[in-house]
Design a protein around this ligand. Structure first.
Ligand code: SRM
Ligand code: SF4
Length: 523
């Protein structure tokens, strides 16, 4: 590092400094070298931070066994891509696992640094990229999970989501224009009437809206929302930018907003670096004006109303597609956890019964599209569907969980296994007539989105009888789909060991659940 660099980085926080000293994307050219050096010998900043620019995450909980985060625009991949992911995991035996994430994406675990050159080669051969998927980059871009399949959709989001990803990542190769944002940045495009992407929790979201001009038929486009985010310090729903754009203008608008955020976003304090903090400081009018300046043209005001007027669907089960004779089948993947064997099987099912396409949902489940009606009965007899059901219980069906203590060093509690165990116990004692959306998150960073849940559980530490125990703060009131709004904390500091009866009461009191025993007596 030169003296000049020392001077120019003086006073920057640790993360701004490491980015100023060496752009994270440069790590891409050093993979061979790092692979032969090994994880213990390499520079710590490269290992703990810069590798995230190529989607490789050092895990202090499992040192030497890295996590790899893909980018799967709109949550879509081919069975060939799934096979490559499964093959990569297979070599790690019990250490190898994968998670479907809350951004329609996949993370692989157990990865050894010495294998990275080979893994990247395999990924590139099938068109997979991990670039810019962590740290101060734009995250996986979410789109409608049933885009192009849903007879009622307003817009097929697939191509647009891919175009935005290509613009941001230079078609998956990496794009230095966007590798030093003030913080992470989330983008989503809704194409249906049910806001399947949770537009309101993204830094930038596009929701379907028709522009009514006098004497013309309404034109399709999107109203734009900005500034939604969750963090340990603050959670906000996105607010209207008062802009309507046609689909053709979306990529350019994303680009302009990202430039404004990159060049003016607050960087001094990482707790205050997400887009909303800049909007707070400037006011939405000034932010909008700066975006127009960057875009080089004025923007139309928002359409009077958007088209989000349905309750959110969960896509689990069998559904007819808009293509006559074809169906999509949503498989419930408990808390999104997969192993190599599961992934080989999912790829096989997609090939044998569908068109080879696989989709992921932000509820951490899988959709296999394009299955002819005549193949459905046989598909339902496949052994994999005993574990990945098309008809799970009403609590399991909507259960979402972040990674938690098994792999995440921010975690205050274990999440995934506990979430499954508690839901199984509750389903054993209760009758529920409709799904209840329960989300677990291991710490206030809120990766498991407890604020969008009907019952959200956020990990914390509590003191009970002189001991420190794993506990949760309970959130309620999260509403998704039409009239989406965030839930709030209703009870703080419940020990996980005391949680089941408390959830039982909440389900009885607020969600119409009945005790199986009582139902038996009264019948
Ligand atoms: Fe997250 C950091 C996992 C979605 C808010 N998140 C992390 C890290 C990288 C922390 C770390 O290095 O250990 C976690 C990796 C753990 C691991 O080994 O898996 C992690 N986040 C996840 C995933 C895997 C949760 C899941 O089980 O699905 C999700 C990956 C999405 C993806 O494919 O890219 C994930 N994270 C989210 C979401 C939900 C969303 O995007 O809809 C949020 C809240 C929304 C938001 O960001 O506004 C979220 N993650 C955070 C934050 C708080 C951000 C902030 O502004 O403060 C952190 C901490 C940070 O960035 O400093 C964080
Ligand atoms: Fe880790 Fe906390 Fe995110 Fe869960 S919410 S994955 S524990 S950072």
């Amino acid at each position: 590092m030169t003296d000049t660099a020392t001077t120019t980085t003086a006073g920057l926080n640790k993360f701004e400094k490491l980015k100023a000293e060496k752009d994270g994307l440069l790590i891409k050219g050093e993979i061979e070298k790092l692979a032969s050096l090994g994880w213990e010998a390499m520079d710590e900043t490269d290992r703990d931070h810069r590798l995230k620019w190529v989607g490789v995450f050092f895990r202090p909980v499992t040192p030497g066994k890295f996590m790899m985060r893909l980018r799967l625009p709109n949550g879509i991949l081919t069975s060939n891509q799934m096979l490559v992911l499964a093959e990569v995991l297979q070599r790690y035996g019990e250490d190898g696992s994968a998670d479907i994430t809350t951004r329609q994406n996949i993370q692989l675990r157990g990865i050894r640094i010495e294998d990275l050159p080979d893994i990247f080669q395999r990924f590139s051969a099938v068109g997979l990229t991990t670039v810019q998927s962590g740290m101060d980059n734009v995250r996986n871009i979410t789109g409608d999970a049933v885009a192009g399949l849903d007879a009622d959709e307003l817009y097929d989001t697939r191509e647009l989501v891919q175009q935005i990803q290509d613009m941001i990542t230079n078609s998956g190769v990496g794009n230095a224009e966007f590798t030093n944002l003030p913080r992470k940045f989330n983008i989503a495009i809704a194409g249906g009437r049910d806001n399947s992407v949770h537009a309101e929790i993204n830094d930038l979201a596009f929701v379907p809206a028709f522009k009514e001009e006098s004497f013309q038929s309404p034109i399709f486009g999107f109203n734009v929302l900005v500034g939604g985010f969750f963090s340990a310090k603050r959670c906000e729903a996105a607010i209207p930018l008062n802009v309507w754009v046609s689909p053709e203008e979306v990529v350019a608008l994303c680009r302009a907003i990202l430039f404004v955020y990159r060049d003016h976003g607050l960087r001094a304090n990482r707790q205050k670096a997400r887009l909303m903090w800049l909007i707070d400081e400037w006011g939405i009018e000034k932010f909008r004006a700066e975006v127009e300046k960057r875009l080089g043209k004025s923007l139309l005001p928002a359409a009077a109303k958007d088209e989000i007027d349905w309750e959110k669907r969960d896509h689990i089960g069998i559904y007819a597609q808009k293509q006559p004779g074809l169906n999509y089948v949503g498989l419930h993947i408990p808390v999104g956890r997969l192993y190599a064997g599961d992934m080989f099987e999912i790829a096989r099912l997609a090939q044998v019964y569908g068109s080879g396409e696989i989709r992921l949902t932000i509820e951490q489940n899988v959709i296999i599209p394009n299955i002819p009606g005549s193949r459905l009965t046989t598909l339902l007899t496949e052994p994999l569907l005993e574990r990945f059901s098309v008809n799970p219980g009403n609590l399991a069906r909507s259960l979402v969980s972040c990674t938690g203590a098994q792999f995440c060093n921010f975690a205050l509690i274990e999440t995934k296994n506990r979430a499954l165990a508690i839901v199984a116990a509750l389903e054993a004692e209760l009758i529920l007539t409709h799904p209840v959306r329960i989300h677990w998150t291991g710490c206030p960073n809120s990766c498991g989105q407890p604020q969008v849940a009907e019952i959200g559980l956020m990990g914390t530490k509590i003191r009970k009888n002189g001991k420190t125990l794993e506990g949760v703060d309970i959130y309620m009131g999260g509403k998704v789909g039409k009239d989406a709004h965030l839930g709030t904390c209703v009870t703080k500091g419940v020990a996980c060991e005391d949680l089941q009866p408390i959830l039982r009461e909440l389900l009885i009191e607020h969600f119409g659940a009945k005790l199986k025993q009582e139902a038996l007596i009264s019948s």
